[in-house]
Design a protein around this ligand. Structure first.
Ligand code: ADP
Length: 258
């Protein structure tokens, strides 16, 4: 018969991965990976068996956010996920040489996501979060068609430009029948590390309005803080500390759990 491209493989059985939730955004740089890492760590801290797949093939940042760079081990086509902060994770960065750029067409990147999901030795999970690349491309379509996630969480800043793209992401998931589990507003209010003054650099409340207009749950607003940025760079997610951003992310994780 005709040769199959890797991305045309039949959908694998992913029942052992539990509830699969995509964390998505319309635009890059809005904090989607940061939110995904924090939601995953918060759910693991709640005692759930959690997996976090870094499907942001062109800009993998989960290993940095969780402080777990290095290589994943594996043999005979199986891949052993990396453990960090009580969860299991895999990223293309765990499978390639450090600093290497992924110069892949969409179908290759989508195939890489499917391979990490299907060939990873995840064990029996209760929740699998997938940190998606930004936008509405090949990886999103493969996710919807082959993985059939329980739903998607959309991350946006309150800025109009980001919200327009968040709307597009919501519309895309609607079209491919992936329910929207909620919207998180990130970088909502800037809290000055010197004096504590609050300023709405990117605006405020826009994502909540969007979720109301689209009748999807609003999972909360996460402030733009120095603590969160530092926590992210140091590999110790903010949900593990008690500041305002960590608390907001923990609350969003709990809302998602119910
Ligand atoms: P995306 O996945 O949408 O491209 P990232 O999660 O990589 O975005 O975040 C982009 C940058 O912004 C990172 O350096 C991250 O540490 C920082 N960042 C994200 N959210 C916040 C926040 N609420 N406060 C401070 N810094 C943040």
């Amino acid at each position: 018969g005709a040769r199959r491209q890797p991305h045309e493989q039949p959908a694998p059985d992913l029942a052992h991965l539990g509830k699969i939730v995509a964390v998505a955004s319309g635009k890059g740089g809005v904090g989607k990976s940061t939110v995904a890492a924090n939601l995953a760590v918060a759910l693991a801290a709640e005692g759930l068996r959690v997996g976090l797949l870094d499907a942001d093939i062109y800009g993998p940042s989960i290993p940095t956010l969780l402080g777990c760079p290095g290589r994943a081990s594996g043999e005979q086509g199986r891949i052993e996920p990396v453990e960090a902060h009580g969860l299991k994770t895999l990223s293309i960065a765990h499978l390639t040489k450090p600093g290497k750029a992924m110069i892949w067409r969409g179908p290759m990147a989508a195939a890489a996501m499917m391979q990490m999901l299907a060939d990873g030795d995840w064990g029996e999970l209760e929740v699998m979060l997938i940190d998606m690349p930004p936008g509405t491309g090949d990886i999103q379509l493969t996710l919807a068609q082959k993985v059939k996630p329980a739903g998607a969480v959309i991350v946006s800043t309150p800025q109009d430009l980001a919200l327009i793209d968040a709307e597009k992401a919501i519309a895309m998931f609607d079209k491919v029948n992936v329910p929207i589990l909620g919207v998180i507003e990130n970088m909502s209010t800037f809290v000055c590390p010197e004096c504590g003054t609050r300023s709405d650099i990117f605006g405020h409340g826009g994502a909540e309005e969007t979720s109301r207009a689209r009748s999807v749950p609003f999972l909360g607003a996460v402030p733009l803080t120095m603590e969160l940025r530092r926590a992210s760079d140091s590999g110790r997610p903010a949900v593990l500390s008690d500041d305002e951003a960590g608390a907001a992310l923990r609350a969003a994780a709990l809302a998602l759990k119910t």
